[in-house]
Design a protein around this ligand. Structure first.
Ligand code: DQA
Length: 152
């Protein structure tokens, strides 16, 4: 069974309370439990991890090697700053989909640049919590098309 790491970066533990006009009223637990339901239908296993710390996210990406076959990540503000998370994703070379609740390209200029996008197979941005579901579906399809011997 495909096993996917679902990573959330800084301040996403505050979803529900945090700027609800931008990020919606669902908590991260709500989003994760929706994703778990989708995963059941798709027949894949998910492992969830959230951290406010860049190094902890780097450690989680590294730990996915030989354990998970793909990564679904909302890197939060580290999207726009973190060479370290980008390098970790490049190092493990696991197919990775970047997701954002808000449309980062419609917001402040500093959010337009993603350091993660060049090492991701794709980015989904602007669909609220549906971004996660759409990202998971895209990632699973991508992994299913990959030859099993090419998967990690
Ligand atoms: C975010 C967008 C980022 O710019 C921001 O720093 C976040 C959340 C999103 O999901 O829309 O923390 O990744």
């Amino acid at each position: 069974m495909l096993n996917i790491l679902v990573l959330n970066g800084p301040n996403l533990n505050m979803l529900g309370k945090r700027e609800p006009k931008i990020y919606g009223s669902q908590t991260l637990e709500d989003i994760n439990s929706e994703l778990a339901q989708v995963a059941e239908i798709l027949g894949v296993a998910l492992v969830f991890f959230q951290s406010n710390h860049e190094g902890a996210l780097v450690d989680a990406v590294q730990a996915a090697l030989n354990v998970q076959q793909g990564i679904l990540i909302n890197p939060g503000a580290y999207t726009h700053t973190s060479v370290a998370i980008r390098d970790a994703i490049a190092a493990v070379a696991l197919p990775t989909v970047e997701v954002h609740l808000s449309n980062i390209h419609q917001r402040e200029g500093f959010r337009h640049r993603s350091y993660i996008a060049p090492v991701a197979i794709g980015q989904i941005s602007g669909f609220g919590s549906d971004s996660y579901r759409l990202g998971l579906e895209g990632l699973v399809k991508y992994l299913q098309k990959m030859k099993p011997d090419k998967r990690s």
